[in-house]
Write a protein that binds this ligand. Sequence first.
Ligand code: HEM
Length: 159
Amino acid sequence: MSGNSEGRIFTEEQEALVVKSWNSMKNNSGEWGLKFFLKIFEIAPSAKKLFSFLKESNVPLEQNPKLKVHAKTVFVMTCEAAVQLRKAGKVVVRESSLKKMGATHFKYGVVDEHFEVTKYALLETIKEAVPEIWSTEMKSAWGEAYDQLVAAINTEMKP
Ligand code: HEM
C-alpha cells in the first residue's frame, strides 16, 4: 500500500470529482457493486473463500445481498474518505468502527494483495459507470481516497 500521506493536500476539485461520480452511480449502486466484486473474483478467484456468507450460502454469488452491501460500503466509505481528506487532511473513521473493521479483515485473512486488486477493480468499475466524465484526475482522486482509507484500516489489522 502507498502508506500514510497525512498532510498531503486533497483539493476541493478532487473531492468534487469523487462526489460527482458517486452521485451519478449511486442510484445503481447494487448493480455497480456487483460488477465491482465480480471483477475482483475474476482476478483473484480465491478471494471468494474469504467471505463467510458466500461459503455458507447456496444462493449464487450474483444474487447474494450481503456481497452488494459490502461492495456499497467500500464505495461509500471511500467517498466519505475523500470528503474528510479535503476538510481535515486525513481520513477520520469512528475509532470503534475502525477497530472492528481492522479486526474483521484480519480475522478473515484479508491481506495487502486483496486491497490492491480491489483498488484496481474499484477504479475500473467507476470508469465503466461514468465514461462520459471519467478522467485521470478522477482516477487519482478515488485512488488517493481509497489508499488513505485502507491505510487507516491497516493500522487496526490485528487480532
Ligand atoms: C467485512 C469494509 C475491503 C473482505 C467488512 C465490513 C466492513 C468492510 C464495514 C463489515 C464487518 C465489520 O465492520 O467488522 C471494507 C472497506 C474496504 C474493504 C471500507 C476497503 C476500503 C475489503 C477487501 C476484502 C474484504 C479488499 C477482500 C477482498 C471482507 C470480508 C469481510 C469484510 C471477508 C467479512 C465478511 C463476512 O462476514 O464473511 N468490510 N472492506 N474487504 N470484508 Fe471488507
